[in-house]
Design a protein around this ligand. Structure first.
Ligand code: SF4
Length: 377
């Protein structure tokens, strides 16, 4: 086997995982240690997609190496070293230790075999539950079966954009990117067929330009086909096309978090909820008593993800209050959350504003767009 500085022999680690495994020094605010080791495939020719919010996008990445993702460095390490570092936690008797590994793919033809091989090597050595975060653009249903047979326990699919229009604009045809909305939805259904209900999660990034109604509609769709939703709050990636786009108001994020929890816990449904003219949730479709009880558990505001994936501070600076809590918020923190849930600011980070923002920054195709409706063509 050739030994190059690419996957599967090499892999990138999130900064948090790098610290947790002892490769780098650092501390975790409020001791919120990550319980999932997040890994990312690496190829010298980088990612072939062009998602406009991503620091790895083909057309903006200055180099395929040494780049950031969700604003942090992802150092490159040898896979064998990483496996040995994970194994050091074996038998240490501590209840708090990494208990999941997530292997994230990029859009590169070499990713198919590399993802399977990385998962196989980690699973054979550690027997930890492994999530494979993949793109249906290159992972067919057959490839998903191979991932399962290699040891993957779950599948994650980052749809990211909560509507077809937004998807086409930011990571599909209008972004000169290969991804297709229909293939992503089909891929979610295939993943559930291969891995089973409750073993598949979609990622949605809140605040890209979708309304709360768009986000809730997709969460309900995913739930109905047997997939969970894992939420992220948009934070501009330096150097990406969207690096000047606004972060969503925290009130928008809190309402989508609460709706997500109610839908995935089967306490409410999209059809039962009400939305105002700006597409904001005005009624969660449950009684006030049930709603208060759910809010007071604090659970809707904890990081949504595969079991163990608490992703501390992936959506904000450590000095800020978490959007996704890596612990259960209580007391004062919960009081602030309740205020946030009840704050309704005008919905200015919408699709029309996004089209305006992008008009001078991207391709001729986009400059020709006159309205959101044109994005479905
Ligand atoms: S929720 Fe976490 S572990 Fe699951 S696929 Fe997403 S990043 Fe990976």
């Amino acid at each position: 086997m050739s030994y190059s500085s690419e996957s599967p022999d090499y892999i990138r680690l999130s900064t948090a995982a790098d610290i947790m495994l002892g490769f780098a020094s650092g501390r975790f605010f409020k001791n919120a240690f990550p319980f999932c080791i997040n890994l990312l495939l690496h190829f010298n020719d980088g990612c072939k997609a062009n998602c406009l919010y991503c620091g790895q996008a083909r057309e903006i990445a200055s180099s395929p190496t040494c780049k950031t993702l969700i604003r942090v460095e992802w150092p490159l390490r040898g896979l064998n070293e990483v496996i040995e570092a994970i194994k050091k936690f074996d038998h240490n008797g501590c209840s708090l230790r990494p208990y999941r590994v997530c292997v994230s793919s990029i859009t590169n033809p070499k990713a198919l075999n590399a993802e399977i091989e990385v998962i196989k090597r980690i699973y054979d050595a550690t027997k930890l539950p492994i999530s494979a975060l993949i793109t249906p653009t290159i992972f067919t249903k057959e490839a998903m079966k191979k991932l399962r047979d290699a040891g993957a326990e779950r599948i994650g699919i980052a749809i990211d954009c909560a509507s077809e229009e937004l998807f086409n604009l930011l990571r599909g045809v209008h972004a000169r990117s290969p991804h297709k909305w229909s293939r992503y939805l089909e891929g979610v259904v295939e993943a559930v067929e291969v891995f089973g209900k409750g073993k598949v999660g979609i990622h949605i990034i809140v605040g890209l330009g979708e309304s709360e109604k768009d986000a809730v509609r997709l969460i309900q769709w995913a739930h109905d086909v047997g997939a969970e939703t894992h939420l992220f709050s948009f934070y501009p990636e330096e150097g990406s096309v969207l690096d000047g786009w606004v972060r969503p108001p925290i009130s928008q994020y809190r309402r989508v978090q609460l709706a997500r929890y109610l839908i995935n816990a089967e306490l409410s449904r999209y059809e039962w909820m009400k939305f105002n003219n700006e597409g904001q949730i005005s009624d969660f479709g449950v009684s006030r008593g049930v709603l208060n009880e759910v809010i007071n558990t604090g659970l809707p505001f904890v990081t949504s993800g595969c079991p163990g994936c608490n992703r501390p501070y992936a959506n904000e600076r450590p000095s800020e209050r978490p959007r996704n809590y890596p612990y259960i918020p209580r007391g004062k923190e919960l009081n602030i959350i309740i205020r946030e849930l009840n704050t309704y600011k005008p919905f200015t980070n919408n699709l029309n504003a996004l089209i305006e923002y992008l008009r001078d920054r991207v391709s001729k195709d986009l400059r020709q767009l006159s309205s959101p409706e044109a994005l479905t063509r």
